[in-house]
Design a binder for this molecule. Structure first.
Ligand SMILES: Nc1ncnc2c1ncn2[C@@H]1O[C@H](COP(=O)(O)OP(=O)(O)OP(=O)(O)O)[C@@H](O)[C@H]1O
Ligand SMILES: [Mg+2]
Length: 418
């Protein structure tokens, strides 16, 4: 049987699977004809089914009773990694939910290949956890364990931006020093790589990888920052208590604004805490909105509305965040300027990381001949402007926004296992 060279890009927001088709990589259809699968799992409490991807989001949006999980990859680098979450009467480890999702990706790869597949290269961000090597290694180990539990026997890891570089390299006609920029949902990852048609054939590429760096800031963080700045105040965040001595507790609002923490609010304990908060609040009318959103399990829908406004502002100058459920009806205006003011510090930290990556490579910015952009968050004009200003002379190459990493992982699988 011919070996199958496959790669899995388990993304914070979207996942892809690449496979070698002769000499070329291609992406495997994961949900009907779509080559991306939104990294979402929905536990349907009505018929006890488990849905993934767009179907998961759809059932949740249609109001089916159940539990939606998003940004599961963010859990790998957080304190939640060893925790369980309640699904009806059962407790399930977050890593087992990640396992279910990987199983779906594996099944699709096997259906495409027409055989079982036990070998894979998995993508990983340069950093799962910033500035903590032990926690970072633990995050990769958890991901590996989850993949092994699904029947992958041979698992290798590759940095996501290196995979993107391998994809880019297929199209270059001469040697280049490329800066690879992959800004996704959870992390922003950078590599400086020497690419060329001749080097592409070499198995060992250590010498061509001049630097790798990553930072745990991505699109889901932008959603959180926008929500905290523009939506949470509408729910009572930062309002004082009646006695004027302090503000209402912030933690509930931060959790509601953070994709992978939303489900933590859906407990009887939090509901009763919020009623107490309302009792003590100077603006109970606003806390009522918070209560309505938590009670109706509207957290992911709210995060989606914020994300949509962010994406709209990539092309438009103005948008608005409109919420209209029973008990919480309001509209928060948001324009490009407001978005940029909210995101500027985070984008600056990302840009500093890019600068550091170029310095790690011991290069002058003018040595970089090409910048390869991939990942959904590279669409944000502020991020693009800020990063490209570091390398004004380089040629800008638009990668496949959602597919480059998956394609490169398949190329890497042939390199590693071929
Ligand atoms: N046009 C756009 N403008 C701004 N942001 C966008 C746009 N399109 C997608 N995004 C954002 O891009 C992110 C998803 O990008 P992508 O699919 O590359 O991430 P990922 O691979 O799942 O995450 P990671 O690589 O960090 O694990 C989301 O946060 C989404 O909101
Ligand atoms: Mg990605």
């Amino acid at each position: 049987m011919r070996p199958v060279f496959g790669g899995i890009d388990f993304g914070t927001s979207n996942s892809t699977v690449g496979v070698m088709d002769g000499n070329r990589p291609r992406l495997v259809p994961l949900e009907d004809a779509s080559i991306t699968l939104p990294s979402a799992v929905f536990f349907n409490f009505e018929d006890d089914s488990i849905q993934m991807g767009r179907k998961a989001v759809l059932e949740y949006t249609e109001g089916v009773e159940g539990r939606l999980m998003r940004a599961l990859k963010s859990v790998l680098g957080s304190s939640l990694v060893h925790e369980k979450t309640r699904i009806k009467r059962r407790s399930i480890a977050f890593t087992d939910i990640i396992g279910l999702f990987i199983q779906r990706l594996k099944t699709k790869l096997e259906a495409d290949a027409g055989s079982t597949v036990d070998t894979v290269v998995m993508g990983r961000p340069v950093r799962f956890v910033d500035e903590d090597d032990a926690a970072d290694a633990a995050a990769q180990a958890e991901l590996e364990k989850a993949a092994r539990a699904q029947g992958f026997a041979n698992i290798a890891f590759q940095f996501e931006p290196i995979a993107a570089a391998l994809d880019y390299e297929q199209g270059v006609s001469r040697e280049e020093l490329a800066l690879i920029v992959d800004m996704g949902g959870g992390t922003s990852d950078f590599s400086v790589v020497r690419v060329s048609p001749e080097r592409a054939r070499a198995v060992e590429r250590k010498d061509d990888i001049l630097a790798n760096r990553g930072i745990h800031i991505g699109g889901t963080d932008f959603d959180r920052l926008l929500s905290i700045a523009h939506v949470m105040p509408e729910l009572g965040y930062l309002t004082p208590t009646k006695d004027g001595k302090r503000n209402v507790p912030a933690g509930y609002f931060i959790d509601l604004a953070t994709w992978h923490r939303i489900n933590l609010l859906y407990t009887a304990k939090v509901m009763s805490d919020l009623r107490q908060v309302r009792y003590e609040a100077a603006r109970p009318d606003l806390i009522d909105r918070m209560i309505a959103i938590v009670e109706r399990r509207y957290g992911h829908a709210l995060a989606t509305i914020v994300e949509r406004a962010k994406i709209a502002l990539t092309d438009a100058e103005a948008a608005s965040i409109d919420v209209g459920i029973h008990g919480a009806t309001f509209s928060a205006p948001l324009d490009r300027k407001g978005l940029e003011e909210t995101l500027v510090d985070a984008v600056e930290r990302v840009t500093e990381t890019v600068g550091q990556t170029i310095r790690d490579a011991r290069l002058d910015p003018s040595d970089i001949t090409a910048v390869f952009l991939t990942g959904g968050s590279t669409a944000i004009p502020l991020a693009r402007r800020s990063i490209l200003s570091l390398v004004p002379e380089a040629k800008v190459v638009e990668g496949d926004m959602f597919g480059s990493v998956g394609l490169g992982l398949a190329l890497d699988a042939r390199r590693k296992f071929g």
